[in-house]
Design a protein around this ligand. Sequence first.
Ligand code: TEU
Ligand code: CA
Length: 563
Amino acid sequence: MLDYTHTVFYQIYPRSFKDSNNDGIGDIQGIIQEIPYLQWLGIKAIWLSPIYESPNDDYGYDVSDYYKIQEEYGTMEDFKQLIQVAKQHDIEIVLDFIANHTSTKHKWFQEALNNPNSPYRDYYYFRKGTKDTPPNNWLSFFGTSAWQKAEDDMWYLTLYTNTQADLNWQNPNVRNEIQVIMNYYLDLGVAGFRLDTINTIDKPDDLPSVKTWKPTPQFPGEYILNGPRVLTYLQELQQNVFKPHDAFALGEGVLIDIDTAIQYCSGTNPPLNLVFQFDFATLGYGKLGKYDPRNFYRTTPKDIKDSIRPWQQAMKDHHFMIGNYISNHDHKRPLGRFVDASMEHRRNAAKALAVFNFAQYGVPFIYQGEEIAMTNPQLSKQDWKDYETFHACKAMTKLLFIPPRLAERIASSMTRDNARTPMHWNNKPYAGFSTCEPWIKMCEDFSTINVEQEKNDPDSTLRFYRRLIQIHEKTPCLSEGVFIEVIKEHPNVFACYRFCKDEYAFILVNLSNESQSVSLPDRTLYDMRNKKSLLTNYKPIFLQENLVLEPYETHVFLKKGNA
Ligand code: TEU
Ligand code: CA
């Protein structure tokens, strides 16, 4: 089993990481080229976003053949080589696995669609409505009706894009097929899976409409999230797939609540090692998600602190772990969202967020580009690539009555495309990602923000990340240690204490762009008073009761034994 407790994970979105054959699209050989970079950074495991054959309506999250590698990314041979090269560099591959749905191009679905009597019909949710109205009023995650028409009055369920058909996990053949595919990849040598939208695989048999007086489709959270049978299905996977291979399993818990996470990850024989929670990532969003501006995307340092506290408490009470992250491929980059991305503050803010992420109990995840403090590009409608963006934009107008021009502006600002611009390797054209125009717009600032530059600058975000990862690896209390938050009431400064055995860490992060005074209660210092910062984005200081922290100033203090 991957020693995930002591591991720092790095998420690769393959389409945008590195293009080896210069067709503008990232690929597996590109990843292989950069494995030494990831080893240098201190990464022990990669979460690889999907590389299976896909028509790309959701860039790989719509799988048309689980046994084939997407041609533009390479071949199965390339993939095997990646696993081997990574292992030679002490890095394990954790593969994204999409079990909630397949592409409508998948042969199971094609059979199901073309032949109503095919056993494959029952692999999916085919249900009768009328000729013009779908079986129920469900809204998809992406802002359209969750139903597509098959024939006459027959419809099928698609909770994401209209070409991602939801699999019927009640059918034992579906579960069996999924297990066979997973075992195939484990036999190839992957260390485990990140299970895409795993808490939505169980739906109530009668698929009831959401109760409402409104004529428009409604988000069916109460019916599709955390269904009672998810746990049973996960236990079956554990028995037939994870256990026999001693494999690692991480569940994406879409909008998951703490009690459900406890069910999946805690207790004597939990089916999952980790889950991702959404409370931090969705801060500032409205009820309907990132394209619902009704909360004005306002996120204060206090919101950030509050979002993680209940999870930290639950982990302590129920002895389990989650994966912690500040960015991934589904949300715009954190600089400019949670913190100030201005020239003056960008670097310090990126470092402060990094420490905030690593300070928490749980396993730290880094998303490609985060380690060099990549920012969000300036996008407009003609730059959009993501299905969600197009449809959410329409939904804003239809469901929230936002004028089209404003809806477009919000969509450009919030689109997932923001996080999917090509990785910046150097200051050459197309940032060394490719020598020809990439599939998606570049972020404008690559000539000053790129890996090469950052490597050569001792004060860079990249060097800071590398040091943070080294410290994390050498300091058990930062991975296993009990988490105790102090000065909870401080509106802008996050502070915590971590300890295990005879090792103690104290962490301070100013999450705001203004200087802040901090008075630490005497007892929170234990005997760490006068300890000098081990890591900081300003000048090292000595830990004292009363301090003034500059914008985004952060410090890590460490005490081992009586030293
Ligand atoms: O995301 C699941 C999910 O909840 C989505 O709603 C996601 O958060 C979206 O960005 C919300 O605005 C997973 C993948 O991470 C995502 O990339 C896929 O599009 C989705 O599943 C469908 O496979
Ligand atoms: Ca390529």
